[in-house]
Write a protein that binds this ligand. Structure first.
Ligand code: TYD
Ligand code: MG
Length: 472
């Protein structure tokens, strides 16, 4: 091996931290993405390094192909985290030997979630490595979030060099390793500074090798950049087994945990938490938790029956339409795509004859949640119309349909699940697409299911019938 080493020349190349563009020389500005001062140097692997690495990946032994039905399928025992929301998102617990990445904006609660998990996994030995906080800081946080006595044997250490982390691992022999965060880690085998693409990639690969060889699952924290992607071009997402994303508005207490990639489970599951003074709590009744308990009937509010992953969630859409003070009307959407709102406004203008072109329109999704489910369209359109004509929508009405460009009300996925949940929460009426309702057994529910085909018809139903202003 040493002969190989001495024979092959050590070469280095440079590549852009932002977009991954490669170059043989250092450049001040990236020709591909235009970013300044974004090039990092990386040493190309020698043949010897490569041989060592491939030996490490397969655990030193030569692998051989097996017939699929001879492979034992007895799934290795998953480690329950003691937090049912996290277990649900992971697909039923942590799979031994897996590498899990938890991403999220700074301050959203990643360290809190993992420390809380580390303290609650019963009967396991956990090593919590932090590159961001000292042991004292971790202890102070643990004291704040801990109510029940420790269920786990949790060791903490403040460390950033992966080789030294491995030494600690040998001493402690944990069943689960937590690393907070990958951007602060560095390995001695790469020369660039911590947080650079080559460091992140190499450190992630080292943790992956460790996880696969030892069977100890590793949970990594990863920061998200301003643009919303995980810092470092997608390099980590390919290596790891699961990518979880923690999101929410820092000004509100609610946090959603989504799974963006999961080799051992479905990505349709979400977990819902609430940040409190003493750590994160699981939300017990997630479908209705965002609905405000109001009695007075206000115009501009409509409730959408949306699905987050596989879970129904009822969301309050609030809208304010007023005459534009300045020449150009303002449009603002919180929690929803602004272009989608513009499209809906154009449909309302063209198909229903509302002169919204000269009005300011503000839209807000209550609770600081971002919704991408198209089923929210109908609630948005109705909230805008309700504010425009200043007639409230009765509070026990909800909406679940997409709106098309010709003003037609279109079907959405899993309608029956939404109707069942609306029924359970005690709604009186749900507005859905005419084309959707045929497959639903309407007699099973107490809720009245209204299925108009175009938005103009719906408008007549809600705002021009004699009841709304006097209804409860
Ligand atoms: P943190 O977990 O440090 O976020 P991240 O690791 O994602 O950067 O904590 C996020 C915020 O949560 C922090 O600003 C303070 C707040 N917080 C609480 O409200 N209650 C608590 O019990 C804890 C530990 C933190
Ligand atoms: Mg943190």
């Amino acid at each position: 091996m040493s002969r190989f080493n001495s024979m092959s020349k050590v070469k280095s190349f440079f590549f852009c931290r932002q977009c991954g563009y490669q170059s043989s020389t250092w450049l001040g500005k990236c020709p591909q993405c235009g970013q300044w001062n974004s090039f990092d140097e990386e040493r190309r692997l020698t043949a010897g390094d490569r041989a060592a690495r491939s030996a490490a990946v397969v655990g030193g032994a030569l692998s051989s192909p097996k017939r699929l039905n001879e492979v034992s399928a007895s799934e290795s025992h998953r480690i329950a985290t003691g937090c049912s929301e996290l277990d649900r998102v992971l697909g039923g617990g942590i799979v031994p030997g897996s590498l899990i990445l938890l991403g999220g904006e700074p301050g959203i609660g990643k360290s809190t979630l993992l420390l809380q998990t580390a303290l609650n996994i019963s009967g396991q030995r956990i090593l919590y490595v932090s590159g961001e906080e000292s042991e004292q800081q971790i202890k102070m946080r643990a004291d704040r979030i801990l109510q029940t006595p420790h269920k786990a044997e949790c060791y903490v250490v403040s460390e950033t060099v992966t080789q030294r982390i491995m030494e600690h691992v040998e001493k402690v022999e944990p069943n689960v390793l937590v690393v907070d965060s990958i951007q602060t880690m560095c390995t001695e085998s790469v020369e660039s500074s911590a947080g650079s693409v080559s460091q992140i990639r190499e450190c992630t690969a080292e943790f992956q090798r460790f996880a696969k060889e030892s069977g100890v699952p590793v949970l990594l924290v990863g920061h998200i950049t301003k643009e919303g992607s995980l810092a470092g071009p997608k390099v980590m997402e390919h290596i790891v087994d699961c990518v979880l994303q923690f999101e929410g508005d820092r000004n509100y207490g609610y946090r959603l945990l989504r799974s963006l990639k999961n080799r051992f489970g479905s990505t349709a599951e979400i977990g819902i938490f609430e940040m409190q003074g003493d750590g994160l709590r699981e939300v017990v009744n997630p479908s209705g938790f965002l609905l405000s308990q109001r009695d007075e009937n206000l115009s501009g509010c409509a409730i959408a029956a949306t699905l987050e992953g596989a879970r129904p969630m009822f969301i309050e859409v609030q809208s304010l339409v007023s005459s534009a003070v300045y020449g150009t009307p303002q449009r603002n959407a919180n929690g929803m795509d602004l272009r989608r709102l513009s499209m809906l406004l154009a449909v309302l203008e063209k198909r229903c004859g509302f002169k919204l072109g000269a009005k300011d329109v503000f839209l807000n999704i209550a609770g600081g949640i971002r919704v991408s489910d198209p089923a929210i369209d109908l609630a948005v359109a109705c909230a805008v119309l309700s504010s425009n004509v200043d007639i409230p929508i009765p509070p026990r009405y909800c909406f679940a349909a997409e709106v098309g460009l010709s003003g037609e009300i279109r079907p959405v996925s899993r309608l029956e699940q939404r109707i069942a949940e609306a029924d359970r929460l005690g709604f009186e009426k749900i507005f859905v697409s005419k084309y959707d309702v045929r497959s639903v057994d309407t007699k099973r529910y107490n809720i009245e299911i209204v299925a108009p085909s175009v938005i103009a018809e719906l408008f007549r139903d809600i705002f021009q019938s004699p009841h709304p202003r006097t209804a409860n």
